[in-house]
Each structure stands twice: as structure tokens, then as C-alpha cells.
Ligand binder design. Structure first.
Ligand code: TZP
Ligand code: MG
Length: 233
């Protein structure tokens, strides 16, 4: 994608899909088709997350995903792998606390790239914000079978501690909650994590869309919930 096209892409973090290629979640379906349906259902930003496949497979799949996401003007981020993002010209990356450090990633990807960082504590959030993260993925909100190696289940209290501190020192950085979110609990989470001074920019899901029998319908339902949360503010 050309740099101009990237610059014109306004980033909408409201409905953030993280992919999962494991057979338990994806079954025998085609990842790209599931992502396409999810975008048609309202997903606004996509992270390609695959911790198992080899580099050549990651690059092939990321290229296919990028063709689809670009055609809907939806940004594509790559989990962990700055090299894969560079290879296919993705809009950015998402990195955790154990991945490449933020400033090195920023040097490699440039000022326009979207670089998201996972934060589970106030300290992690402030450090990432100070070092130029484009947005924060805050969680894990609730325990989830999708990511069992997570150290930190922080609940909505933990999310609120981070949002309160960011707002206290007036950091205006987009924030997305992640972990165990679904159509049943999403509205409550969005409302619990908002006040007159703070608000989540969006919610990220894996299984609520990727494991759904009908990803388009599942995405539509979540999108409706997110819109009703927005209109409640
Ligand atoms: N990071 C924190 S929790 C999580 C990631 C990638 C997985 C969330 O998966 P699900 O299925 O939406 O609970
Ligand atoms: Mg990572």
C-alpha cells in the first residue's frame, strides 16, 4: 500500500479483531474468508496473530489478508513480527512486553506506522505511552482459553486503574480492552470502564468472532453492542 493511502487511513480502534489460526478456533475454514466476513460485519481494525507458523507462511497469509483489509480501508497489524509487517507493507504491528522494544520497532517501521503495545499495569501503560506507542491493548480483562499463558488477569478494576492514570496525566492515547470479551459481557465492560474523564477507544476479540459459526453475524452483533455503548456515553 502506498504511503499516501496509509496516511489517509483514519484509524478506528472501536472494533478490533485479533486472528487465531489454531484448529480449535478456525477449524478447517480459510482465515482470510473469516476475516473478510468479520470486516463485513463491522470490524474496524485487524491484527494477524499466529505464533506457530513459519515465516514463509506468515508472509504469504499476511499478504492475502492485506489485500482484503486494504480493499475495505481497514488497517492490518502484525503480532510480534516487525519483519513480516515490513515485508508486506502492513500498517503496523502489535508488540507485547517480551517482544522487540518499542523504540527499535519505531525506528524500523517509521513515524507513520501503527505500533500497539500490550499493557497489564499502570507502569507498563505509562512507559509505552511515553515511548510513543500508537495505542495500548489493555488486559487481560477476563481469563480466556484463547491465551492461557497470560500472567495478568486484571478485570475491569485493572483497566480502570490504567485509564484513570492516563487521564490524570492527560495522555490522550487510544486504548483497547482485550481478554474474554463477548456479546454477553461487552456492554457492561465498556460502560464500567468509562466516566466523564475516560473512555476505552474500543474492544478487541479473538474467539467471539473467529470461533463463531457465522463470523459475519457474530461481528454484527458485537458491532451493535459497541454502538449502543457509544450512544450511552
Ligand atoms: N491478549 C490478551 S488476552 C488475548 C490476547 C491476545 C486473547 C483474547 O482472546 P478472546 O478469545 O477474545 O478471549
Ligand atoms: Mg507478543
Amino acid at each position: 500500500m502506498s504511503n499516501n493511502r496509509k496516511r489517509n487511513m483514519k484509524v478506528d480502534y472501536s472494533f478490533y479483531l485479533v486472528t487465531d489460526s489454531s484448529p480449535e478456533i478456525l477449524g478447517d475454514r480459510d482465515l482470510v474468508q473469516v476475516v473478510k466476513s468479520a470486516i463485513q460485519g463491522g470490524v474496524t481494525i485487524v491484527q494477524y496473530r499466529d505464533k506457530k507458523s513459519e515465516t514463509a507462511h506468515l508472509i504469504r497469509t499476511a499478504k492475502r489478508l492485506h489485500e482484503i483489509t486494504s480493499s475495505y480501508l481497514v488497517p492490518l497489524l502484525i503480532n510480534d513480527r516487525i519483519d513480516v509487517a515490513l515485508a508486506i507493507g502492513a500498517e503496523g504491528v502489535h508488540i507485547g512486553q517480551e517482544d522487540m522494544d518499542l523504540s527499535t520497532a519505531r525506528e524500523l517501521l517509521g513515524p507513520e506506522a501503527i505500533i500497539g503495545v500490550t499493557a497489564s499495569s499502570v507502569q507498563e501503560a505509562l512507559t509505552a505511552a511515553e515511548n510513543g506507542a500508537s495505542y495500548l491493548g489493555i488486559g487481560t480483562v477476563y481469563a480466556t482459553p484463547t491465551k492461557t499463558d497470560t500472567k495478568s488477569i486484571i478485570g475491569t478494576d485493572g483497566v480502570n486503574q490504567i485509564l484513570d492514570q492516563l487521564s490524570f496525566i492527560r495522555y490522550d492515547i487510544p486504548t483497547v480492552a482485550i481478554g474474554g470479551l463477548n456479546a454477553k459481557n461487552l456492554l457492561a465492560v465498556m460502560l464500567e470502564c468509562s466516566s466523564s474523564t475516560k473512555r476505552l477507544s474500543g474492544a478487541a476479540v479473538v474467539s467471539a468472532v473467529m470461533a463463531a459459526t457465522h463470523p459475519l453475524e457474530a461481528a454484527k452483533e458485537l458491532s451493535t453492542v459497541l454502538r449502543s455503548a457509544e450512544s450511552a456515553f
